[in-house]
Design a binder for this molecule. Structure first.
Ligand code: BTN
Length: 263
């Protein structure tokens, strides 16, 4: 670990930044630091990850020098039920950061995928630990990976129909250091307005490209098809089924696919 070189934005969280040339997963390492007492706003950034993780046990391919792989430790003093919208809030913050740096605003595929030109360009993995004695959140870790520099041939063959990068979308090189700085700034601002749920969810819905689409929900009871109609105040997806019934799904339970592919 060493001090990172990122764009100096004056954000207070830059003071507590741990940089790794390589690490298994910044989220895994953030949880280790959080358990050892790392303060609110501790940021971990790695040039590459050997075991980058995504939702539902998936891998997040994280080749060195190709993207931003970043985690932040939060210590909100509240029950975990008040943080159901945390992934949505982080997702909007990442759209703000990417737009500020590149001029391009990603779409959000519910719940945690950043999308550009119909391809996944990034993802967010939020993990919470609860203090069983108090029932309050001990810490939350928000991990974000954004593909910056890859061209199609840089992705493993099995991802080549699905994955993209900011360079592919914008046709321009993207500075990992500048984007990392903007992401930290944006996460800091998000943390200050975290409990303004109505405003955060309103912004999430504007960016969410899943709304209004036919989707297939892959959950424990097999695939269900329906129309994605709303995102609740807790970040759940409301889907109207062909018989008119509405189901509400939370991110822990399901993955969502478009009718004909990824979105
Ligand atoms: C997903 O696509 O489901 C979420 C991907 C999250 C990847 C980021 S990269 C930084 C942090 N460390 C990890 O192991 N995962 C997150």
């Amino acid at each position: 670990m060493k001090q990172a070189v990122i764009a100096n934005t004056g954000c207070p969280w830059g003071q507590q930044l741990h940089f790794y040339e390589t690490v298994d997963s910044t989220n895994t390492q953030a949880k280790v630091l959080a358990k050892a007492g790392a303060p609110h706003g501790t940021v971990l950034l790695s040039a590459g990850q050997t075991g980058g993780r995504g939702r539902m046990g998936r891998q997040f391919v994280s080749p060195p020098g190709m993207g931003v792989y970043l985690s932040v430790v939060l210590r909100p003093q509240c029950p975990p039920a008040q943080l159901m919208h945390l992934t949505c809030a982080a997702a909007v913050a990442m759209c703000d950061a990417v737009e500020a740096v590149t001029g391009f605003r990603p779409g959000l595929k519910w719940i945690n995928d950043l999308v550009g030109n119909g391809r996944k360009i990034g993802g967010i993995l939020t993990e919470l630990s609860v203090d069983t004695a108090t029932g309050l959140t001990e810490y939350a870790v928000i991990g974000i990976g954004i593909n910056c520099c890859q061209q199609l041939q840089d992705f493993p063959p099995e991802l080549q129909t699905l994955a993209g990068s900011l360079a592919m979308v914008t046709g321009q090189p993207v500075s990992i250091a500048v984007l990392a700085g903007a992401m930290i700034d944006s996460l800091y601002r998000m943390s200050q307005e975290l409990f303004d749920k109505a405003s955060l969810l309103c912004r999430y819905r504007r960016d969410c490209i899943t709304l209004g689409k036919q989707v297939v929900i892959h959950g424990q009871d097999g695939p269900i098809q329906g129309l994605a109609t709303a995102v609740s105040e807790d970040g759940e997806l409301c889907v109207t089924l062909p018989d008119g019934a509405t189901v509400t799904v939370s991110s822990g339970e399901v993955s969502v696919r478009g009718l004909y592919g990824y979105i």
